[in-house]
Ligand binder design. Structure first.
Ligand code: GAP
Length: 445
């Protein structure tokens, strides 16, 4: 069978809109740049991506979860270095007035306007990427708070609370999923870089001296996670940071080959004791850990794994998209092309579609009964419009692993036809055995 994978992001953007995965935010008002809404299929898909990560983290005995507030005390961002250092250098083109990042616009050693190619630009000014807002009714300096630019700080400032309440001994980790905001200067590539996004971050607290080993362990663990997401391994690679932030001892990115090139998916960083030391200094609260067994005190080192949920969802959407020429031996279609979103079943927004062959009442009634029964355990779609071939194609395009067809014979023999998305094979299955058949098929897809 001839298979073609995604070559161009715009193909995915239009499928995402057509099939209810992702819409432009505020579209009827002309849209809001770099903001996206997840539709009826995108929302459950993204939820499942989060659940996969959450389970991979918090079902371990050494990791617990957290859900910290987006708004935090302004001193948090002083201590973390974001108020003074979380900025990009901006310049203005003197000719066309375009404003752009200086550091990404150097051509032949000269800062060059990406719009008009002029090299006459203003001196750089630092532009802080944090969104500011005001708490309470008084709009003065004292009431300024920030929308968090990363979820990690909510974890650091709760280190003591979590360790004490959960009686956690080092090494242990804290995992969190939540919204972050950055006033990015050049957002783009669909949901890849946006100003509002969700992060999935885990901070693993270790004894100094064991950090290098834990760093390697987490690199391997995270690589295995991406394989479990169903991402093709040849589309993943490591990028080692040669230039490290002053507090970092090692940093690697997991990169994915998007249609627009290799780009960062996740960062894995050895952050030393920087964050806890800073918060200890700025808050005046002791954040040392007391190791009872060895009777020693220390500020733990942190291994951080940080991935954007939207970015991972985008990588999966890109990776599972395929076009296949079908017909002949597979018994479906006659040389036409089908689009398949080949999600692993646990990430598919719809797991099963129930398709009665006719809208006639006895089939409708049986179809709805089967739908309701399956919906107790699964995400189920019910579709009785158009020809069965068209309905299969529609389900392929949203990645539904199994279709259950109810026909007139079903009324007599109490069997239905179950069709497999990838193999396009069909099995006749007794209705009263359907649940266990489906569970087995989804597990061994
Ligand atoms: N606490 C560390 C931290 O936030 P980061 O590399 O700035 O590190 C981690 O962000 C991950 O968050 C990135 O690898 C990316 O997946 C995601 N991310 C960062 N900025 C993003 C943006 N503007 N839009 C979408 N995802 C973003």
């Amino acid at each position: 069978m001839q298979v073609k994978y995604l070559e161009d992001l715009s193909t995915l953007v239009s499928l995402a809109k057509r099939r209810g995965f992702v819409f432009q935010s505020s579209e009827i008002y002309g849209g809001l740049n770099s903001c996206w809404d997840y539709g009826p299929l995108g929302a459950p898909f993204k939820f499942k991506v989060k659940m996969l990560w959450w389970k991979a983290m918090t079902r371990r005995n050494d990791i617990v979860g957290l859900d910290a507030a987006i708004l935090m005390h302004p001193m948090v961002w002083k201590a973390s270095g974001h108020v003074d250092g979380f900025s990009d250098p901006l310049v203005d083109c003197k000719k066309c007035k375009n404003r752009f990042r200086q550091d990404t616009a150097v051509v032949n050693g000269k800062v060059t306007c990406p719009k008009c190619e002029s090299t006459e630009v203003t001196e750089p000014r630092n532009f802080n990427l944090m969104f500011e807002t005001y708490m309470g009714p008084v709009k003065d300096e004292a009431a300024v708070v920030y929308l968090r630019p990363e979820t990690a700080q909510g974890i650091f400032v709760n280190f003591e609370n979590v360790a004490t309440s959960m009686r956690k001994k080092i090494p242990f980790g804290i995992a969190q999923i939540g919204k972050s905001f950055r006033n990015e200067i050049t957002p783009g590539n669909f949901t890849f870089r946006t100003r509002e996004f969700e992060q999935m971050e885990m901070q693993y607290f270790v004894k100094p001296g064991t950090d290098a080993d834990w760093f390697e362990t987490w690199r391997q663990t995270r690589w295995d996670f991406y394989k479990a997401c169903g991402i093709r391994e040849n589309k993943l690679r490591w990028h080692k940071h040669e230039k490290l932030a002053h507090y970092a001892r090692a940093a690697f990115d997991v990169e994915y080959e998007f249609p627009f090139g290799w780009s960062e998916l996740e960062g894995i960083h050895n952050r030393s004791d920087f964050d806890l030391s800073q918060h200890q200094k700025f808050s005046g609260k002791k954040l040392e850990y007391f190791d009872e067994a060895n009777k020693e005190k220390y500020i733990p080192y942190v291994i951080e794994t940080a991935v954007g949920c939207d970015r991972l969802a985008l990588a999966i959407l890109c990776d599972v998209y395929r076009e296949e020429k079908v017909g002949g031996a597979d018994g479906e279609g006659d040389g036409d092309t089908r689009i398949v979103m080949g999600f692993p079943p646990e990430l598919a927004p719809i797991e099963i579609a129930v398709l009665p062959l006719s809208k006639k009442p006895p089939l409708q009634e049986l179809g709805m009964k089967i739908r309701d029964e399956l919906a107790k355990d699964h995400d189920v779609d019910y579709d009785e419009t158009a020809s069965i071939g068209k309905r299969y194609r529609r389900q392929d395009e949203i990645g539904t692993p199994l279709c259950v067809t109810v026909d007139f014979e079903s009324l007599e023999d109490r069997k239905v036809t179950v069709r497999h998305r990838d193999k396009m094979t069909q099995d006749r299955v007794y209705i009263d055995q359907l649940k266990s058949y489906i569970q087995d098929k989804l597990k061994n897809f």
